[in-house]
Design a binder for this molecule. Structure first.
Ligand SMILES: Cc1cc2nc3c(=O)[nH]c(=O)nc-3n(C[C@H](O)[C@H](O)[C@H](O)COP(=O)(O)OP(=O)(O)OC[C@H]3O[C@@H](n4cnc5c(N)ncnc54)[C@H](O)[C@@H]3O)c2cc1C
Length: 301
């Protein structure tokens, strides 16, 4: 591990640290130490980390805003590559916009609105990065990333950048060809937006924000939707109908506002959340015969 750290420090411009607690890089505030934590500042950093991880056989996980993950308190072995504040350029060119993977969707949505460009309003309240949103095909209010993305730039284990067009990304509900593929890193994406009245765009974004405040526990730490919606139904509806809102394990609780959110009341452990996930799954299955699938990514378990 020491040699891997030394090589990373030689070849990567961004900070490389050992034993960094990951909870502070997640929205739910849970996560033990990463053996090696690297903050990428540019595409070359990502390429170097991918190459070194591959050549040394070191496992690697990528973290964006950490808004859709649950990381074990026992930590993450190998390298956690973080793409955030230092890797978040956004460049507009007419109706096209290129965003680096660490740019957040709310920032992208705000900048697009200021330029009278429509299509990304749905991202105004999704607290993830462009990288995470592309991998997860994030969406809301009837729209998703697949509808506006045109090109995705991905760095693989050799450190080379590949370009995929939207069709090649194989988008489906909260999935893409990169879901569950841990040695490929989205470094940026190009989106095609549509000119529209800026006041109307802002009005739509305010309406979406209001709807979120009314239906989601935004004041409490969470990882967003825990389960995918089963075909033709909503995970939140099933959880509420099973009477599980407010169910607790330690400091983790099924939100009283939205059944598909698990909130950290302060000091929840990853085991608290996992136990709660199991109980919710079992009870929904025994009541309705529906096996809920996780939307949240488990890391280090
Ligand atoms: C309050 C709240 C509301 C939310 N509302 C929505 C919503 O309406 N719709 C929705 O779809 N989601 C929602 N989410 C979930 C989350 O914001 C999205 O899934 C978001 O796209 C995840 O991006 P991230 O950068 O946080 O990814 P992370 O949580 O950091 O990572 C998620 C997965 O993507 C991988 N990943 C991240 N970045 C990269 C990259 N650059 N290259 C390769 N892999 C990468 C990670 O390894 C992990 O497997 C919500 C979350 C919260 C907390």
């Amino acid at each position: 591990m020491k040699e891997v750290v030394e090589r990373l420090r030689r070849e990567v411009q961004g900070p490389v640290a050992e034993g960094v607690p990951t909870g502070r890089y997640t929205t739910v505030g849970i996560g033990g130490p990463a053996d090696i934590f690297v903050e990428a500042t540019c595409r070359d950093d990502v390429a170097a980390v991918c190459r070194i991880a591959f050549e040394t056989g070191t496992p690697m996980r990528v973290l964006g805003a950490g808004s859709n993950v649950l990381i074990s308190d026992r930590g993450v072995r190998g390298i956690v590559l973080h793409l955030g504040r230092r890797f978040r350029d956004i460049r507009f060119d007419g109706t096209r916009v290129f965003a680096e993977a660490g740019a957040t969707l709310p920032r992208l949505a705000k900048q697009a609105a200021e330029r009278g460009l429509s299509g990304i309003e749905f991202g105004g309240g999704i607290p993830g990065t462009v990288g995470g949103a592309v991998v997860m095909n994030a969406g809301a209010h009837g729209a998703d990333i697949s509808q506006i993305v045109r090109e995705v730039y991905v760095v693989g284990r050799t450190g080379e950048t590949e370009r995929y067009d939207a069709a090649e990304m194989q988008f489906s509900y909260r999935r893409s060809r990169l879901s569950g593929v841990y040695d490929s890193v989205v470094v940026g994406a190009v989106f095609e937006l549509t000119p529209h009245n800026p006041d109307e765009i802002r009005r739509r974004m305010r309406e979406f924000a209001l709807r979120r405040r009314q239906t989601q526990p935004l004041g409490l730490a969470s990882s967003g939707s825990v389960f995918k919606n089963p075909p033709g139904d909503y995970a939140g509806r099933l959880i509420e109908a099973a009477g599980l809102k407010g169910l607790r394990e330690g400091q983790a609780m099924v939100s009283e506002v939205h059944g598909n959110f698990i909130v950290n009341l302060g000091g929840a452990t990853s085991d608290d959340v996992l136990r709660l996930i199991d109980r919710v799954r079992q009870q929904v299955e025994s009541r309705f015969g529906v096996r809920l699938q996780l939307e949240v990514e488990l890391i280090g378990m």
